[in-house]
Design a protein around this ligand. Sequence first.
Ligand code: SF4
Length: 217
Amino acid sequence: MGKVNYARQTEAVIEDLKREGRRPRLLLHSCCAPCSSHCMEYLREYFDLTVYYYNPNIDEEKEYAFRLAEEKRLIAEYNRQVEEGDFASMRSTPAASRIEVLEAPYDPDRWHACVRGLEDCPEGGDRCTVCFGLRLEETARAAREGGFDFFTTTLTISPLKDAERLNRIGQKMGDKYGVAFLPSDFKKKDGYRRSTELSGLFGLYRQNYCGCSYSKR
Ligand code: SF4
């Protein structure tokens, strides 16, 4: 069986929305500002976005808070663009809408309990599957509670993360919580390169490790 093209699936959903004249609410799980930069630029054209910051995998509270502060700084800049109609250097149109933020409390104990026994797995292995599952499950739960139409994650923008696994987990959590999962492979269609460009444009902090203390090794 050939590889699934998740980027094309995103486009197919967007084409349906355009045809139906719908603009749904989407809860976008974000790991950090650099990864969300392109995802938000792309999705805000078609969805009313709320960014969900839930990353209990991050090793230190100071790092958690700093990544969140950068996320909020970027969203404030995107919202200023919308208010002022100022899209210089952006791939945006007047269809772009404001973005809200929903932040979850820092909860590393729960994450450590979930990955117990998997500490020595290499990056990309079983510990990451559990980590993705926890973050996507909480996003699906929050999406249901908030009455969102869709949820998805910025994690597929990373060339180091398995988009097939992320989409499979997202679909499973969507089924469990009764909220549509938006399939994605945000790195495709120039997405990853665009995220590095936007990170440079806004001077975003780009951490040199994924998040957990094991990924620092
Ligand atoms: S390497 Fe990243 S995705 Fe994998 S367990 Fe650590 S924080 Fe989670």
